[in-house]
Design a binder for this molecule. Structure first.
Ligand code: SAH
Ligand code: SF4
Ligand code: F3S
Length: 439
């Protein structure tokens, strides 16, 4: 038997890319590849890339440049670019960086085995199609390698919303939902392999409308079906759009015992003028009313969100409206970004905000969010939570896991094992995590 070839994958961007990287490793597993943790001894390097902000895309080129020495030392080394930069830039990548042998988009990576063979044959191999065949079905026969008690499961891809700043509708394509039964069978399979928590993924996960035996299913219906799988303990989903928070999903947050009290619901801005220019099709007020309804169903839910500061034409007053909205919601966690001009999107053509003003706004916004985050963590002290252990901690006898609210919790618990779901009393709060005592 020949020695296995080694594959090094580096993943950028969102959780969907994490999921895709696992699927790509499985696809190439069939070609005799095993994963390696370092590019130094790899026979194939794959960068699974993100195009969301300019910096993310540029990182790919600087990373590729660093492989020059490796390629000189090993002429058989193949270098590939996958993901959203691959989709957006295609052949241009090979022109700009001739080291690249293979380019594959996020909708065609189930064809990686054939592309790899072409690259091995000395060709420049490229596939950025949006094929009709279902990549997940093609990859289904490959065993899913699981790495712990939690797993991602993509249920929906693409986006039809076309926010004025965003590349996702172009890189991931139109919104498509996977059939419900396929998701349920993948979930059962994961649970058989020891997974106890599943996070359903989609760029617009709550727009899910996959085919079921009796017509299209909503995300809430899918969650209720997952709720019935023995051995599965926790369900999460991300990322949601405010306009797709349907009544059945809101009530699921109150009634479905395995659905965790955490919701990532990006708003981007608190100014109606800016929201309109962003093409978000909700207002600050409608967003706040929505959160009221969600909290009526599940009072302890922890909210998280995404913000863009310095969107074209954003004034100090617009920014102040965003701070006001944050004060009202009190996020337990949030991702915030300085607006990044993406060529080809409508906002790229508009009057840009002075970068220094944008940086200064970002700092103020992050300071406010950090304050709320710390207050909310402090409020957890003394409370009892459930923790799913994900890995041993740095200290002897310590375990680390997530609470239902997605806080990282450290617990001294020498007899415990990864995958245990335990009750814990929170004792104190540090900057990025909580510490507790097993009950
Ligand atoms: N589908 C999700 C997430 C999309 S991308 C949603 O609708 O919210 C993740 C986040 O990146 C976005 O929520 C937004 O806050 C940020 N983002 C997207 N495009 C950006 C850009 N051009 N500049 C800065 N941030 C951006
Ligand atoms: Fe991008 Fe908007 Fe679609 Fe989210 S909803 S992926 S921000 S276009
Ligand atoms: Fe980035 Fe593509 Fe995800 S652009 S955020 S990797 S969908």
């Amino acid at each position: 038997m020949t020695a296995p070839k080694k594959l090094f994958i580096k993943t950028y961007g969102c959780q969907m890319n994490v999921y895709d990287s696992e699927r790509m490793a499985e696809a190439l597993g069939g070609q005799g590849y095993v994963e390696t943790k370092s590019p130094d001894d790899a026979d194939m390097i794959l960068l699974n890339t993100c195009h969301i902000r300019e910096k993310a895309a540029e990182k790919v080129y600087s990373e590729l440049g660093r492989f020059k020495g490796l390629k000189a030392a090993n002429p058989d080394l193949k270098i590939g670019v996958a993901g959203c930069v691959a989709q957006a830039e295609g052949e241009e990548i090979m022109r700009r960086q001739p080291l690249v042998d293979l380019v594959v988009g996020p909708q065609s990576y189930h064809r990686l085995p054939a592309l790899e063979a072409r690259a091995r044959g000395g060709e420049k191999a490229l596939d950025t199609d949006f094929p009709e065949d279902d990549k997940f079905e093609t990859l289904k026969s490959r065993p899913r390698a699981t790495r712990g008690p939690t797993a991602f499961l993509t249920v929906q891809e693409g986006c039809d919303k076309f926010c004025a700043f965003c590349v996702v509708p172009y890189t991931r394509g139109a919104e498509v939902s996977r059939p419900a039964e396929r998701i349920l069978s993948e979930a059962r399979d994961l649970v058989e392999r020891g997974v106890r928590e599943i996070s359903l993924l989609g760029q617009n996960v709550n727009a899910y409308h996959g085919a079921g035996a009796d017509g299209d299913w909503s995300l809430a219906r899918l969650i209720w079906a997952l709720n019935g799988i023995d051995g599965l303990e926790r369900i999460r989903f991300t990322t949601s759009h405010p306009n797709d928070m349907t009544d059945d999903l809101i009530s699921a947050h109150g009634e479905c015992e395995k659905l965790m009290p955490y919701l990532h619901l990006p708003v981007q801005s608190g100014s109606d003028r800016i929201l309109k220019r962003m093409n978000r099709s909700h207002t600050a007020e409608s967003y706040l009313r929505l959160i009221e309804r969600i909290r009526a169903a599940r009072p302890d839910i922890l909210m998280s969100g995404d913000f863009i500061v310095g969107f074209p034409e954003e004034t100090e007053a617009d920014f102040q409206a965003t701070l006001d909205l944050i004060e009202q919601v009190r996020y337990g966690y949030a991702y915030s970004f300085k607006y990044s001009t993406r060529p080809g999107t409508p906002a790229a053509e508009r009057a840009q905000v002075d970068p220094e003003a944008a940086s200064e706004r970002l700092q103020r916004l992050q300071a406010l969010i950090t304050r709320h985050q710390q207050e909310i963590q402090q409020e957890m002290v003394g409370r009892e939570v459930s923790v799913l252990y994900e890995k041993p901690g740095r200290l002897e006898g310590q375990m680390v896991g997530k609470s239902e609210y997605l806080h990282a919790v450290h617990v001294t618990d020498p007899q415990a094992r990864v995958g245990d779901l335990v009750r814990v009393r929170i004792k104190n709060s540090a900057t990025h995590s909580l510490a507790g005592e097993r009950l």
